[in-house]
Design a protein around this ligand. Sequence first.
Ligand SMILES: Cc1cc2nc3c(=O)[nH]c(=O)nc-3n(C[C@H](O)[C@H](O)[C@H](O)COP(=O)(O)OP(=O)(O)OC[C@H]3O[C@@H](n4cnc5c(N)ncnc54)[C@H](O)[C@@H]3O)c2cc1C
Length: 486
Amino acid sequence: MIKTGDQHLNQLKDGRVVYIGDEKINDVTIHPAFKNAAKTVAKLYDIKHQNKYKNELTFEENGELFSSWFLQAKNKNDLRKRSVAHKIIADQTSGMMGRSMDHVASFVTGMSTNPDIFDTGKYKFKKNLLNYYNHMKSNDIFTSYAVVPPQAARNPEFYQKQNLPIPTLSVIDENDEGVVISGMKMLATSAVFANEIWIGNLVPLAPDQIKQSITCAIPCNIKGLSLWMRQPLSTHYDNQFDSPLSWNLDETDVLVMCENVLVPWDKIFVMDDAILAREIYIKTPAHCYGNHQANVRYWSKMELITGLCNKVAKATGADQVPAVKETLGKMSSMEANLSGMIHGQIEAAESWPKDHITFNRRMMYAALNWCTENYTTIIDELRTLCGGGVFQMPASINVVKNKKLKKEFETYFQTPQMDATSRMKLFKLAWDVVGSEFAGRQQQYEKFYAGASFIIKNHSYRETPWDYFDGVVDNVMDKYDPPKQN
Ligand SMILES: Cc1cc2nc3c(=O)[nH]c(=O)nc-3n(C[C@H](O)[C@H](O)[C@H](O)COP(=O)(O)OP(=O)(O)OC[C@H]3O[C@@H](n4cnc5c(N)ncnc54)[C@H](O)[C@@H]3O)c2cc1C
């Protein structure tokens, strides 16, 4: 099945507990902090029903349509289809919604292609994982995830010594119905707009942290769950012109708080196994499928930023300065770098797992590292091109509501290159990419969404065929010897 936007919005009216500070939100689809972004999410569901996108965004199985991110890839065309679907979704938000519904769905689909790993000596959870994949696919479920323990709370000794509860989400009890979990997970982006949350551990756990290794899925309205929202980003404005992206693309980040949440046994995927809790992501194509989506999503953003650099340079009249042309050439080459890394992941796909094919792992991690390392530079190039133009603009386009101010605005703010309103429109958009609170959150997101940078580099290290590279060096060195003694 493929959902409509309205069906999804109705599902969000489910009694979920969301707090902004001490304010309890009754309905996230109508609250001012969330309603515009909720409509954006709904649109992402609606476009699947449009003839223009239907072929790319869906696939057919036994006469039924499903979203393309649930496709288990058997050949390169399947990988291409997945990739194109991610790009269409990301293009709707210029890559500003990182955790759209195709992100975690891709992780779970990746796992479903290699599910044997979920059956261990003690627990047989393969069936649970496959059922969950089918549940997501059949009901077009939007799942977000919380897979990192809360910051600075990763040392249990500190809490034990003071007889305090350990804040990290752990299993505290189990019974015939399921297991009881309590504690926090660091963040779940998009959970406010999702149906369910995947709880797990993408960062390695110490072998004795077995009670924290619980990996499960919970509906967003389950009893005992509350979602603590950070400062909303869209409420500072009264129109989209002044804040084109903040207005309807704040995907939200919440701290996940569980208080005696009962998770039924059939929604548990890993239990009491600190090693397996992380291996399910990297010994299946989960990380690869999910982070290919992240690479493609960043590419959409890179296209917007490249275009903005060019338009801003034209607006300031600097576009013909040789040094500025060089900057534009650099931005263009960076965009092409990423595009190449994304296409390469398909062309150099790996035949893995059995009977399936997966995006090239090393290229995916290389792109992830490239994205994380370069975002600050990329934004800074646009910031530099903007100069002070962003602050020359009036606080609000509401200036045109006043006849006298409108006349002055249109007369004095025009330039040889542009009329006043078009110029303001461009610079307000540029500011929402480089300088607004929304832009600041995006910068933090791009630095950390896949883990801190040392974690990403460690993924690359792990996947590298070092023997091969050592052999390349040996081949060169084998061609010469120390000079023979006379
Ligand atoms: C906007 C945003 C959205 C997010 N969304 C989600 C989400 O949807 N789901 C989810 O599960 N998580 C999410 N996260 C959390 C994210 O996964 C973590 O921020 C990330 O894993 C880094 O962990 P940390 O923030 O605790 O940083 P820390 O691990 O505390 O690191 C802080 C700094 O210290 C450095 N550092 C720490 N240890 C080392 C070391 N050993 N070697 C070198 N440097 C080190 C890091 O490089 C970093 O610069 C989100 C984060 C952000 C910012």
